[in-house]
Design a binder for this molecule. Structure first.
Ligand code: COA
Length: 213
């Protein structure tokens, strides 16, 4: 097996941001929230900063999948055997169960100038409502983000990242919760997740004039 699951290091933050942007490049919600190329370029830096903070946060586990057959430059390891760790091809961020009585605030996102705060705010409100509907205020493992480098999809990376959360949830006997994009829903179903609700937003996708839900 050439894929290994490890905890992310601070040095991995830039690669996590790069994969995030590549994985969500055609995600209509990202395009609506961050409507221009300039905003999205700035967003990548914001994601990197947030990844730094999350990696240091004891209430968050940021995981990465490394392909030990490739180097950081993506070349075959046979050519660079000194780079034993391999290149990162996927990441996930799991928020740990935190009781409402615990004094804890996750480090805030600092959004780039030009972010569509109206769409972002509406989306955030809907996700919070969805979580409240699904698990109430019960502390749970929550998959905040997951993404696989598009050139490494369907190799089982996301499955490994999700199985970590499933294992934690069983070990500590707490619920597990996530919101899914349409793309990822078959994967979650396959791993045993059950849909408890749906939500959507009407918005205009920039540069296309298309309205999506
Ligand atoms: C969803 C995503 C994380 C899956 O990553 P991955 O590493 O390719 O997933 P896996 O290799 O573990 O896939 C396992 C299974 O999921 C399903 N699956 C994954 N990608 C799929 C796709 N594009 N179309 C249909 N089914 C897919 C398949 O059942 C697959 O098993 P199979 O290859 O044996 O048929 C990745 O496609 C991605 O980053 N998408 C964009 C960002 C996103 O939507 N993230 C989810 C946020 S909730």
């Amino acid at each position: 097996m050439s894929l290994i699951l490890t905890a992310a290091q601070r040095a991995d933050a830039a690669r996590i941001a790069e994969i995030h942007m590549a994985a969500f490049s055609s995600n209509a919600m990202l395009l609506a929230q961050f409507p221009t190329t300039a905003v999205r370029d700035a967003l990548e830096k914001c994601i990197e900063s947030k990844a730094h903070a999350d990696i240091n946060d004891p209430n968050i586990t940021v995981l990465v999948i490394r392909d030990t057959n490739t180097t950081e430059s993506g070349e075959s390891k046979q050519d660079h055997t000194h780079q034993a760790c391999g290149t990162i091809i996927a990441f996930a961020k799991w928020a740990h169960p935190v009781s409402i009585n615990d004094v804890y605030t996750e480090s805030p996102w600092i959004w780039p100038e030009g972010t569509n705060l109206e769409v972002l705010g509406e989306w955030t409100r809907k996700t919070e409502e969805a979580q409240a509907y699904a698990v109430g205020v019960s502390p749970c493992y929550h998959l905040s983000f997951i993404g696989t480098d598009p050139s490494h999809e369907r190799r089982g990376a996301a499955t490994m990242l999700i199985q970590w959360g499933i294992h934690q949830s069983k070990k500590y006997n707490v619920p597990i919760y996530l919101e899914s994009t349409l793309v990822a829903a078959p994967l979650y179903r396959k791993l045993g997740f059950v849909e408890v609700g749906k939500f959507s937003l009407n918005y205009e996708v920039p540069d296309s004039g298309i309205t999506q839900t």
